[in-house]
Ligand binder design. Structure first.
Ligand code: G3H
Ligand code: 13P
Ligand code: ZN
Length: 280
């Protein structure tokens, strides 16, 4: 069933586990996440970036998710991931998205507060929760410019949550998007201080390649939503490559089935690691 971001995260916060937010951009990806969730009776957040939406289209992504969600009892959130504008959030809300992440981390702090507040108010009219971001979870292109992490602070977290009234908060604590960066480390002391300062569910982005021990620690310290993309892309592509080594294969279903299966296995491993198995 479709569920809202805030309902799934509040339950996770009470139960002290994290819900995986898995990035998708096509039918097979969505099937992989929904099948994993149904098999493990786990909630799941189906993450769609602006690029994924540009690739597959609002209407078609929403139709696939709605159709599959109707067939299972576990709660599934259709979530905008890293929305960069009010318009992007508004379009998703109009198409039936049930969670919104607005990422103003590349704006000045005051602009981030202003646009996040606007998005939050708009989403609230649809009874949909909003996630904001402070600090920065860098991408490869940002890291190429500077590897110095832009960390969130507890004071900023308090101010940001009070002013924007977000339902979830993504924090830059040394994490970055994409393949693991040598020397990258999560600042657990900082996470602890942010957790003590604010009450909203906290979110860890860029969790591909993060060690199971670090993930467990992050969940213990109050992370309730964990975003995974790269590990799924790697799994899907690895399986497709393996099948395509056989030059006689030309039926796309043969390699897509393998990609979907391998992605589903990784999603399941993450759900078990995050503690969300049996919570749906
Ligand atoms: O954090 C971003 C996600 O990994 C989505 O990436 O914009 O290439 O779809 P994308
Ligand atoms: P990774 O690609 O590092 O898993 O990051 C995913 C993410 O944060 C999506 O928002
Ligand atoms: Zn992210």
């Amino acid at each position: 069933m479709l569920a809202t971001l805030q309902s799934v995260l509040r339950k996770a916060q009470r139960g002290r586990y994290a819900v995986g937010a898995f990035n998708v951009s096509n039918l097979e990806h969505i099937q992989a996440v929904v099948a994993a969730a149904a098999d493990l009776r786990s909630p799941a957040i189906i993450n769609t970036s602006e690029k994924a939406i540009a690739y597959a289209g609002h209407a078609d992504l929403a139709a696939i998710v709605r159709s599959l969600a109707k067939q299972v009892r576990v709660p599934l959130v259709l979530n905008l991931d890293h929305g960069r504008s009010y318009l992007a959030a508004d379009q998703c809300l109009r198409h039936g998205w049930t969670g919104i992440m607005f990422d103003g981390s590349k704006l000045s702090y005051e602009q981030n507060v202003a646009v996040t507040t606007r998005v939050k108010r708009r989403a609230a009219r649809f009874q949909i929760g909003t996630e904001g971001e402070i600090g920065q979870v860098k991408y490869k292109e940002d890291l190429a410019k500077s590897a110095v992490p832009v960390l969130a602070t507890p004071d900023q977290a308090v101010d940001f949550v009070r002013r924007t009234k977000v339902d979830a908060l993504a924090v830059g604590i040394g994490n970055s998007h994409g393949l693991p960066v040598p020397g990258e480390r999560l600042h657990f002391g900082l996470l602890k201080r942010i957790r003590a300062a604010v009450n909203v569910p906290l979110v860890l982005h860029g969790a591909s390649g993060t060690s199971p021990a670090s993930i467990r620690r992050a969940v213990q310290l109050g992370i309730c939503k964990i975003n995974i993309d790269t590990d799924l892309r790697l799994a899907f592509t690895r399986a497709v490559r393996r099948v395509l080594r056989d030059r006689s294969v030309y039926d796309p279903r043969e390699y897509l089935i393998s990609g979907r299966q391998e992605m589903m296995e990784v999603v399941k491993q993450k759900m078990i690691l995050f503690g969300s198995r049996g919570k749906g």
